[in-house]
Write a protein that binds this ligand. Structure first.
Ligand code: NAP
Ligand code: ZN
Ligand code: ZN
Length: 351
């Protein structure tokens, strides 16, 4: 075991604070990464405040991790000391169930091991995430970041990126399709960038008048203020796919009504309360209301390579870890343009 420093929540109401803990020494297939950057996902906030009711404390959040490899186990073939490496929302899974064999580790029948708040398959106890100095991960769950990408701006690709990429690919966003994106936050802004890069026409729905210009700059052909019922209704039965990335309770029926025949609204945002669906939003046009969780490891690498080839990263604001609570408060006010990323050099080495 070796000592790491990080930031942790000790319970649902106390601010995050410096925390010292141990990680396992690298086994034969493990990669040790010194973390340089970690994105701040709204899921971190849901978790530290126990909004989903399943948080294990102390909780060290963070699953948008980029860093440098500082050690590798004897049998590691895919990474060398000094490489830039990344870790997303999963650090392990059973690897034998049908979903794992299909490369869909996020749907592992025995439960994938979350990067934080997961049951640690190797060391026991629960996993600690990327608001920390180092992480130890088996090589099959470590990703490569294309050299051309800025590591800080690439970090959010590991969750916000893959969570929007996966449904866009699965539901075949591309030329000739019109994709609606609801909510311009960390996930939403990646959905806009990806849908556009895949060749679709993008319509953004936002609650924030201050984001209209950015929506267009990021790739939306039309930006609709969701408070403007008439402007929303103008899109009735016109969209091929909707990615809803809103973190709070809201009316999904308003958006379901915008789907064409046989089309799907994919809920990726995960509010802590149910989203009531009126069946009369679904019956016309044989519409579907679906969900999607992050993405598999191979798919995550495919997304990172696509970003390398197309020069796509997140729009970020770099923060020192000491500002994490301020960042959470701004996130709650939808005031993130469009992802906070922690500069891990700000982490006190001795907590
Ligand atoms: P975020 O940066 O806070 O963005 C959420 C956006 O939702 C806001 O920027 C805002 O956009 C909109 N919004 C917020 N409150 C709203 C309200 N009351 N009504 C309508 N719109 C509202 O969050 P994020 O990191 O992108 O995460 C979004 C959600 O996805 C979270 O619930 C998170 O836990 C979840 N998530 C799910 C997965 C998955 O695997 N499915 C993965 C990662 C995250 P506008 O200002 O444009 O309206
Ligand atoms: Zn996330
Ligand atoms: Zn499995």
């Amino acid at each position: 075991m070796f000592v790491c420093t990080g930031y942790a929540a000790q319970d649902a109401t106390t601010p995050l604070a410096p925390f010292t803990f141990e990680r396992r020494d690298p086994g034969p297939l493990d990669v040790v990464i010194e973390i340089t950057h970690c994105g701040v996902c709204h899921s971190d906030l849901h978790a530290v405040r126990n909004e989903w009711g399943n948080t294990l404390y102390p909780c060290v959040p963070g699953h948008e991790i980029v860093g440098k490899v500082t050690a590798v186990g004897a049998q590691v073939t895919r990474f060398r000391v000094g490489d830039t490496a990344a870790v997303g929302c999963l650090v392990d899974s059973c690897r034998t169930c049908e979903n794992c064999r299909d490369g869909l580790e996020q749907y592992c029948a025995r439960g994938g091991t979350g990067t934080y708040n997961g049951k640690d398959r190797v060391s026991g106890g629960h996993t600690f995430g990327g608001y920390s100095s180092h992480i130890v991960v088996t090589q099959d769950f470590v990703l490569r970041v294309p050299d051309s990408l800025d590591p800080a701006a690439a970090a959010p690709l590991l969750c916000a990126g893959i969570t929007t990429w996966s449904p866009l690919r699965h539901w075949k966003a591309g030329p000739g399709k019109t994709v609606g994106v609801v909510g311009l936050g960390g996930l939403g802004h990646m959905a806009v960038k990806f849908a556009r890069a895949l060749g679709a026409k993008v319509v953004l729905f936002t609650t924030s008048p201050s984001k209209v210009e950015d929506g267009a700059r990021l790739g939306a052909e039309e930006v609709v203020l969701s408070a403007d019922a008439k402007a929303v209704a103008a899109w009735r039965s016109k969209l091929d796919l909707i990615i809803d990335a809103v973190a709070a309770p809201h009316d999904v029926n308003m958006y379901l009504n915008l789907l064409k025949r046989d089309c799907t609204l994919v809920q990726v945002g995960a509010p802590d309360r149910p989203l009531p669906v009126n069946v009369f939003s679904l019956l016309p046009n044989r519409r579907s209301f679906a969900g999607s969780i992050i993405g598999g490891i191979a798919e995550t690498q495919e997304m990172l390579d696509f970003c390398g080839a197309n020069n796509i990263v997140a729009d970020i604001e770099l923060i020192p870890i000491q500002d994490i609570e301020k960042a959470y408060e701004r996130m709650l006010k939808s005031d993130v343009k469009y992802r906070f990323v922690i500069d891990m050099t700000s982490l006190p080495r001795a907590a």
